[in-house]
Design a protein around this ligand. Structure first.
Ligand code: NOJ
Ligand code: MG
Length: 533
């Protein structure tokens, strides 16, 4: 019996609810749709689903602009649908993680409506209001992540409010204890309903400089680069005060037992580590996005893994991610052949993996024109390939109309409806991406070397990435070829012989190896090593 919390050995699966399964024909995925597809998740072998926001929202940022934290948006269903999903998922041993968006609300939230009603409003100080600069312009130079100034002028009360994202997403004022109280109340509301944890949106943004100093110019920014990168976000993100905030969030879930907090944080490895807290009192899993836009180079990735492993604080549990609803899909970024190698990497590294829906069938990034994109980021910061619609196209379930996503016209066009690109078409094909994911997840479930085991990087050259995963007498060698040409490695001492238990390219399972190993281009092998000595 293992006593480690479930999220240390489990695998998380991210669902973008608009795009998973539409049950009512309105072209938008919904909770009932997700419930009907639980078979797929169980069959795949994941342990938890994280749902991007399903709360009441005007959908300017597709749910990341929340108007009511405690109610389900009608487009996704009713509270009863969420309760039914929780019940059915739990009955199958699947956990359910919700998205918590504490940094900002929608401008349609009752809190903001009150806040903007007058300077004396009860909730005025729940948001970040400042007087105009002497020239009437914005109070300082802070920029929105979605383009332009981060300050919006409110005619009625003559002040500016701060919004790190859209103008319709005003930032909450986390220096006001009432805000922290209100958000932790929201957390308790959902924890009492039985949800298993939260993924916390833009966690590193919550605190901003108390004296509103201008952000410095980014010395690495070049003319022609995204205008949103022009400044270093020194005074708007990752402030020292975050330490108390993460402690409050952790204290909120602690009485509930094994619930998990996952922080969305885009920071370099060494700064990411602070979010574990000082004494295991921060979030359990600060998302590690190192792989999400890493140059696909074996030496670079090897160093990155080593750096991450080295940087982890005592008791800090690692995690890995290859994609999400904000980033280009991995199968397009590194190509379909290497996407199989990436799957082996994601699921054999030490730490909790998060799979983005569709990765298991090799879904590719769809092409959209920034000018006509639905994603406001693409429209407001066009021309840099930042649009996110391409990662959010409907899940491809079966060949035929809308690939089985639903009867109505999907909110974003389905990318592919041919059999080979669907779950149904891949299910019984041992050479498919889906079969590879299932085999990898089965390996994780049955061999504790992959969940609890040690990681040890081995020296290698060229396109080869080589490491050991070991627990007790279970010893595995993982050899990934990040290049297109075959590579060979000689095996000596305790790592000299064994049997291949999994190959990214079909066909090498069960092959006995001794003394050396050749890995084909675009292949990855997992070798069960013979007992040492
Ligand atoms: C991060 C979310 O992942 C992204 O989709 C959203 O646009 C921003 N936060 C703002 O909420
Ligand atoms: Mg629907």
């Amino acid at each position: 019996m293992t006593t480690a919390p479930w999220w240390t050995h489990g695998t998380i699966y991210q669902i973008y609810p608009r795009s998973f399964q539409d049950s009512d024909g309105d072209g938008v995925g919904d909770l009932e749709g997700i419930r009907r597809r639980l078979d797929h998740l169980e069959d795949l072998g994941v342990d938890a689903l994280w749902l991007s926001p399903i709360f009441v929202s005007p959908m300017r940022d597709f749910g990341y602009d929340i108007a009511d934290y405690r109610a389900v948006d009608p487009v996704f269903g009713r509270m009863e649908d969420l309760e039914a999903l929780l019940r059915d998922a739990h009955a199958r041993g699947l956990r359910v993680i919700l998205d918590l968006v504490p940094n900002h609300t929608s401008d349609q939230h009752a809190w903001f409506k009150d806040s903007r009603s007058s300077r004396q409003a009860a909730k005025r100080d729940w948001y970040i209001w400042r007087d105009p600069a002497p020239d009437g312009g914005p109070p300082n130079n802070w920029l929105s992540e979605f383009g332009g100034s981060a300050w919006a002028f409110d005619e009625a009360t003559g002040q500016y409010y701060y919004h790190a994202f859209l103008e319709s997403q005003p930032d909450l004022n986390w220096r006001n204890p009432a805000v922290c109280e209100a958000i932790t109340d929201v957390m308790r509301f959902w924890l009492d309903k039985g949800v298993d944890g939260f993924r916390i949106d833009v966690l590193w943004h919550l605190m901003k400089d108390e004296s509103f100093r201008d952000n410095p110019v980014n010395p690495h920014w070049r003319e022609g680069g995204p205008p949103t990168d022009r400044l270093v976000k020194l005074y708007t993100t990752d402030l020292p005060e975050m330490e108390t905030v993460i402690r409050r969030l952790r204290e909120t879930v602690e009485p509930y037992g094994d619930r998990v907090l996952i922080g969305e944080i885009y920071l370099p490895t060494e700064r990411l580590m602070r979010y574990y807290g000082t004494e295991n009192d921060g979030v359990h899993l600060p998302f590690n996005f190192a792989l999400i836009d890493a140059a696909w180079d074996a030496r670079h990735i090897h160093r990155m893994i080593e750096d991450y492993e080295q940087a982890l604080p005592p008791g800090g549990w690692p995690n890995w991610v290859t994609g999400n609803h904000d980033k280009p899909r991995i199968a397009t970024r590194i190509g379909p052949a290497q996407a199989r190698v990436a799957a082996v990497l994601l699921l054999t590294l030490r730490g909790t993996p998060t799979i983005y829906y569709g990765e298991e069938i090799g879904m590719e990034h769809a092409v959209f024109d920034d000018a006509t994109a639905l994603d406001p980021f693409a429209r407001q910061v066009p021309g840099f390939g930042l649009g996110r619609d391409g990662a959010r196209t409907p899940m491809q379930w079966e060949p035929g109309p809308n690939a089985g996503f639903g009867a109505g016209t999907p909110w974003l066009p389905v990318s592919r409806t041919d059999e080979a690109a669907t779950v149904a078409g891949q299910r019984d094909d041992p050479a498919s991406m889906l079969s590879l994911y299932r085999r990898l997840l089965a390996l994780r479930r049955t061999r504790k070397a992959f969940t609890e085991g040690r990681y040890q990087g081995l020296a290698a050259e060229g396109g080869l990435l080589l490491y050991l995963r070991e627990a007790g007498d279970e010893r595995f060698l993982v050899a990934l070829n990040l290049g297109a040409v075959p590579v060979s490695v000689s095996l000596t001492g305790p790592v000299s012989a064994g049997r291949i238990v999994l190959s990214a390219k079909p066909g090498r399972e069960d092959e006995a190896i001794a003394g050396s190993l050749t890995i084909d281009g675009d292949d990855a092998l997992v070798v069960a090593l013979d007992p040492a000595g």
